[in-house]
Design a protein around this ligand. Structure first.
Ligand code: TYD
Length: 136
């Protein structure tokens, strides 16, 4: 499938509010539409640094700002949209085949990424020109 920006979704996760502290939940194939094969996180990002800047052929992902804030710029080869994530109970679902870059990290921000696949370098499209060809 050739996914576009209209397939990207901000998903509100359950938030159990409690005077002792709040609690949120992610269940695979329930709150997010895939099985989780891998979890990784990005942290200690120096000011002004940019992560990502590539697309995946097979990996769907779900990105949550567990702490602090950052922007995810998503590009389907025609349109671009910047999602600002800054709540630990709202995540961004990305289907396969979209270019994405993560930037504007706040101090001490923590980006958690749930992935539908195990790591494979072959799944990356790292050249933007190659991405545009792939989308055609
Ligand atoms: P990469 O996804 O390229 O991050 P960015 O696009 O922000 O530069 O990952 C950086 C390095 O980490 C790269 O050498 C691959 C390695 N890596 C793994 O070994 N396993 C993983 O699950 C991930 C996400 C990255």
């Amino acid at each position: 499938m050739n996914f576009t920006l209209s397939d990207v979704k901000l998903i509100n996760l359950p938030k159990i509010e409690d005077p002792r502290g709040n609690l949120s939940i992610i269940e695979e194939e329930n709150h997010i539409p895939f099985k989780i094969e891998r979890t990784y996180w990005i942290y200690d990002v120096p000011g002004g640094q940019v992560r990502g800047g590539h697309a995946f052929k097979n990996q769907q992902e779900f990105i949550v700002a567990l702490s602090g804030s950052f922007d995810v710029v998503v590009d389907d080869g025609i349109n671009k949209y910047t999602y600002s994530l800054n709540r630990s109970y709202i995540g961004l679902y990305l289907p396969v085949g979209l270019w994405r870059q993560i930037q504007n990290f706040s101090t001490n921000s923590l980006a958690m990424i749930l992935s539908s696949t195990q790591f494979s370098g072959d799944d990356y499209i790292r050249e933007y020109d190659e991405f545009l060809k792939y989308k055609r």
